[in-house]
Design a protein around this ligand. Structure first.
Ligand code: NAD
Length: 264
């Protein structure tokens, strides 16, 4: 198990701090022998990401803003120069205006709809295209999604629509790149307290509700999401592609609150 990722090189996109889901994934990959590169969005995040990258033994730490195609292209040019090839990529990026992560979905503005889609959905397709160009010997990609894509969650609004598009992208990309031995999967994580998570109105009520009402009666942590990503990015899952894998203490299987919740 220890050397599961030995000899594999991959890019982790979406670490903002040590609470980020991407950091939980990076730690697991690094523990299992992967060589990592990181991106960060702007210098303020860079100051937090660089010491974490050091901790993971990463030498390549590059800025990348997915709203800018040139910035995405430059990231992969750097990887090509430094590494020549790539084995895996982690996409853990999402954004929407927090003023629209409350109230009615119907009130979403055109401007924020487009921006949310570009950052939270299209970026994965653009990144996958560049990454696949460097995956000459097969590879694996993972993105992060949330169950608000398939069911209505209060206040998740346009992010739910973007995640639905992201999950469909996983299936189309898996089909595009499957013939080249490149696998593409998504992890649908339960609520985790992160910077992005805090942007959703009433997030802490959703968090404690899922704690009380999921089959495991708790929420998940970033190490657990990391473990599932390790599986999806390693050869352990060599027969799996186009899948959305839930890491949510089983919350997605329940249809109503627990009896304890209903009786109180
Ligand atoms: P986070 O705030 O730690 O990470 C979000 C990341 O997105 C940050 O690193 C940020 O820099 C990056 N980002 C935003 N806009 C960007 C841009 N224009 N260019 C480049 N990077 C950009 O929060 P997180 O919860 O770890 O989020 C990671 C992923 O997990 C997101 O896709 C999120 O939707 C998803 N997710 C989160 C939860 C949760 O409850 N926290 C649950 C399920 C899925």
């Amino acid at each position: 198990m220890e050397g599961l990722m030995k000899g594999k090189r991959g890019l982790v996109m979406g670490v903002a701090n040590d609470h980020s889901i991407a950091w939980g994934i990076a730690k697991k990959l690094s523990e299992h022998g992967a060589e990592l590169a990181f991106t960060y969005q702007g210098e303020a995040f860079g100051r937090r990401v660089k010491p974490l990258a050091d901790q993971a033994g990463a030498k390549l730490v590059v800025p990348c803003d997915v709203e800018d195609s040139a910035s995405v292209a430059a990231t992969f040019d750097t990887l090509k120069q430094e590494w020549g090839g790539l084995d895996f990529v982690v996409h853990a990026i999402g954004f929407s205006d927090k003023n629209e992560l409350k109230g009615l979905y119907a009130d979403t503005s055109r401007e924020n709809f487009v921006r949310t889609m570009v950052i939270s959905c299209y970026s994965f397709t653009e990144i996958a295209r560049h990454a696949a160009g460097l995956m000459t010997d097969g590879g694996a990609m993972v993105t992060l999604t949330y169950a608000g894509s398939v069911r209505v969650m209060p206040n998740y609004n346009v992010m739910g629509v973007a995640k639905a598009g992201l999950e469909a992208s996983v299936r189309y990309l898996a089909n595009d790149y499957g013939p080249r031995g490149i696998r593409v999967n998504g992890i649908s994580a339960g609520p985790v307290r992160t910077l992005a998570g805090a942007g959703i109105s009433d997030a802490r009520y959703m968090y404690s509700y899922q704690q009380r009402n999921s089959p495991l009666r708790r929420t998940v942590n970033i190490d657990e999401v990391g473990g599932s990503a390790l599986y999806l990015l390693s050869d352990l899952s060599s027969g799996v592609t186009g899948e959305i894998h839930y890491v949510d203490s089983g919350y997605h299987i329940v249809s109503m609150p627990t009896l304890d919740e209903l009786k109180h």
